[in-house]
Write a protein that binds this ligand. Structure first.
Ligand code: F6P
Length: 500
């Protein structure tokens, strides 16, 4: 395949950037009053407004051409079909299969994975109902009141985000999360808990992750010292692809929920890795979340590239990262329930695309994943927004807002959303202060707005799948395998050697 930087569209985009550089976002809106509606897309209750970016139809056309020249449609089909798109590890990446409603076979090594994952979902649904309806009893005959999810990275960040985001739908046991090997984390999570009513969910695809295993052992000691060894079977379940290691840890086979090597850790919240989510909100709502993700999958698969939300979001990221020297992507959700979103997206995008070697093993000569960071608006406004408004770097900001007021506090909601809109406008418009330049806002700073009508399981599923596909598209453009993470191995190895 031709090198990215020698593609015709790449050259055209370089030229177009120089032309666009002499225009501001204010000019663009002045010359094109329809811009706000033209540069917007909608899928169900999700709206993507990308009008506040340095885009015109010619640039957009070339960005889409870039995606075509990188054979995006073909590569997308490969991923959905179960091809080994994770070429370095020889694995498929089938998170989309976890949420498909179709029954068409999806084969890995000649075996249809759908029956396997539907059986796993059945097992999950039964277990979730048993725990939530009080049929699953602890060793002393008491129902479960608290779930402690022990995992790290993809075995933590997704479930943690969703449980927090769907808190209004939580009507099951309280769910706590432990990720850090710092004892502060597990001791804090165990504080005030009654071992008789506590269930531990140990989540680790490999079941070799040092932090998770140590936290799991500490949890088991805590339980055993209160209730004895026999209690483990009623208080510990695991989610893993490594049956042998889980059994060696002392968790019974019936208490193990499967994972597979064709699901990447950071793409796994839709599998049994999301067990804690389903325990918190129930199986029906978990399924609604899968349905939302599936709707985004269908859109991503079928919509033409120029009407495709994940593709557009990804191409805008490429436009700024590779042609405007963008250093960071700021994720600012104007909703406390989405507080964990920036952390989740850090792993998703930076572990997937933070790479400097191409899929075929050559050094890359262009920047790939930018820094992703973020915080809830309006808190962020009183912290790092100064840097967004007057700093020297090009930053693309994603503002995420929930249109409806779920708390019946209209005044709060109005102030919240007004601030979101005001920030996007301040970044775009800027303000001149000829007498006091230190007060001036240069403006002309790009942002995209993602609106959800309500923060429901379905809409959240759409939002998270949107970012998954954005990440995939960017990996395709950059010629990266987005599904391995070899960079993290050396540190693990050194830590293991130093321990001895
Ligand atoms: O160290 C990185 C990583 O491998 C992530 O990719 C993964 O999500 C995390 O560790 C946890 O891995 P596991 O689920 O195997 O414990």
């Amino acid at each position: 395949m031709s090198k990215l930087i020698s593609l015709p569209s790449w050259h055209n985009l370089k030229r177009l950037q120089q032309e666009m550089n002499s225009h501001t976002l204010v000019d663009l809106f002045r010359n094109d009053p329809e811009r706000a509606t033209r540069y917007g897309m909608k899928l169900d209750d999700l709206t993507f407004d990308f009008s506040r970016t340095h885009l015109n139809d010619e640039i957009w056309g070339q960005l889409v051409k870039l995606a075509e020249e990188r054979h995006l449609s073909e590569k997308r089909a490969h991923m959905f079909r179960g091809n080994r798109v994770n070429n370095t590890e020889g694995r498929a990446a089938l998170h989309t299969a976890l949420r498909t409603k179709k029954d068409d076979p999806i084969e890995v090594d000649g075996e249809d994975v759908l029956p396997i994952l539907r059986a796993a979902q059945k097992k999950m649904a039964r277990f979730v109902a048993d725990v939530r309806e009080g049929r699953w009893l602890g060793a002393t005959g008491k129902p479960i009141r608290t779930v402690v999810n022990i995992g790290i990275g993809g075995s933590d960040l997704g479930p943690r985000l969703v449980v927090s985001a769907l808190r209004q739908f939580s009507d099951g046991p309280e769910v706590r999360f432990v990720a850090n090997v710092d004892a502060t984390d597990i001791l804090g999570a165990l504080k005030g808990l009654n071992p008789e009513t506590t269930l531990f969910v140990i989540v680790s695809k490999t079941f070799t992750t040092q932090e998770t295993l140590l936290n799991g052992r500490t949890a088991r000691e805590w339980l055993v010292s209160a209730l004895g060894k026999e209690a483990v079977a009623k208080h510990f379940v695991a989610v893993s692809a490594n049956l042998e290691k889980v059994l060696a840890f002392g968790i019974e086979e019936t208490n193990i929920f499967p994972m597979w090597d064709w699901i990447g850790g950071r793409y796994s919240l839709w599998s049994a890795v999301g067990l804690s989510i389903a325990l918190a909100v129930g199986w029906e709502r978990f399924k609604e979340m899968l349905a939302g993700a599936s709707a985004m999958d269908e859109h991503f698969f079928w919509a033409p590239l120029h009407k495709n939300i994940p593709v557009t979001m990804a191409l805008l990221g490429i436009w700024y990262r590779n042609f405007w020297d963008m250093r960071a992507l700021a994720i600012i959700p104007y909703d406390e329930r989405l507080r964990e979103l920036p952390r989740f997206l850090q792993q998703l995008t930076m572990e997937s695309n933070g790479k400097s070697i191409s899929e075929t093993g050559y050094p890359l000569s262009y920047p790939t994943a930018p820094v992703v960071f973020g915080e809830c608006g309006s808190v962020a406004q009183h912290s790092f927004h100064q840097w967004l408004h007057q700093g020297t770097d090009v930053i693309l900001t994603h503002f995420i807002g929930i249109v409806g007021d779920d708390w019946d506090k209209p005044q709060h909601h109005k102030v919240l959303l007004t601030n979101l809109k005001a920030q996007a406008e301040a970044l775009r418009r800027g303000r001149e202060e000829p007498e006091a330049p230190y007060k001036a806002n240069p403006g002309n700073k790009p942002s995209c707005l993602v609106w959800l009508e309500r923060l429901t399981p379905y809409n959240l599923g759409m939002l998270l799948a949107l970012y998954e596909h954005m990440t995939f598209v960017q990996g395709v453009i950059w010629d990266i395998n987005s599904f391995d993470q070899f960079g993290v191995e050396l540190g693990k190895k050194l830590a293991a050697e130093m321990e001895i």
